[in-house]
Write a protein that binds this ligand. Sequence first.
Ligand code: PLP
Length: 398
Amino acid sequence: MTAPSPAAAAGVYLDACATSPPAPEVLAAMAVVQAQAWANPSSLHGYGLAAAEALERARWRCAALLGCRPEELVFTSGGSEAIHLALLGAAGALPPGRLLISAVEHPATEAAAAALQRQGWQLQRLPVDRQGLLDLEVLEHWLEPPTRLVSLIWGQSEVGSLQPLEAIAARCRQAGVLLHVDAVQVVGHRPLSFQELPVDLLSLAAHKLQGPRGIGALLVRQGVALLPQIGGGGQEGGRRSGTEPVVLAAGLARALELAAERLQRHGGSDPLAKLRDAALERLLALPGLRLSGPDPRLSPAARLPHHLSLLVSSPEGMPLGGRQLVRELWREGYALSSGSACSSSGSAASPVLRALGYGEAEAASGLRLGFGPWLSAADLEGLPAALERARQRLTAAP
Ligand SMILES: Cc1ncc(COP(=O)(O)O)c(C=O)c1O
């Protein structure tokens, strides 16, 4: 079985931060497990035992690759569910207090935080600077009681900022406050060992690293109490009921393995950063294009290695609509995203760019490029010219 190659399809796929095409090796591993271990792992007959064994093998492999104990890993349906289990689960085992999140969280965190507010929790959003980075002094100020839980997006999906996790975690530890990190955009792009990370809970999703959609995981530090959010058969050590997706778990394990091998081959750093930096250099040569989020040429450690985000204006400096640009770029054969979904107010301005301090029109002019291992330098050769043509068509439109 071969995976559909986005580069060979109608366009060059540059939307890795939205999702990524499953790797052929992942599909092959899943096909084997699908054929041999399709049964319910809780069944006591031989079919069930085969499924249970495949599930545990996948769990052990994932745990080894993530540097956690097998019993610290809870399979979920993806990143959003992992985040909900982290926030509602950890808060459910605590008396109501205050939750800190940043002003640039994924909507899943915002939704879980709103649910906690309805349960009597206070919510404090911490501001970020123009790069999307937290001010550690502000964090420290808010770590006072009644703060009991902090949830932060480690790698920001829209502007690429990587929060200084070690420094944040040290402050949370000192204050005795639980820390959850949304590592959905990070896993697969840097070596990671949960054992060595000073965090209590960590969320990830397989589909961002060429694994299957429909599975993610929450890593839960041993000893951290968690109130299950889905009851029933008591699977996943009683923390998440529901018949386990054995095939998807095998796919996640293979995807993690491929990512770890790639990082190892490149001395522990993501080779996509080179491709990204080359594209950045050429794109910024166009008039009217600006980077949003941290500049990887100045502070590579502050930005996701596979991520680029731009603000696009006409050469005269008029911000253009990111969503329209995305449509025009698809006509040119490039699949990327604007990062700004139309809000209920009808505005196309991105709340994340607004939180970074950009005005309404600029915050609607974002483009996001997400790079993946399926891309080569040749795939990106024509991108600046295509962007220029797309921009000209938009500028010329009445
Ligand atoms: C940073 C971040 N957190 C959470 C999620 C949600 O993950 P999922 O789509 O697997 O539910 C995403 C997905 O876009 C994300 O980028």
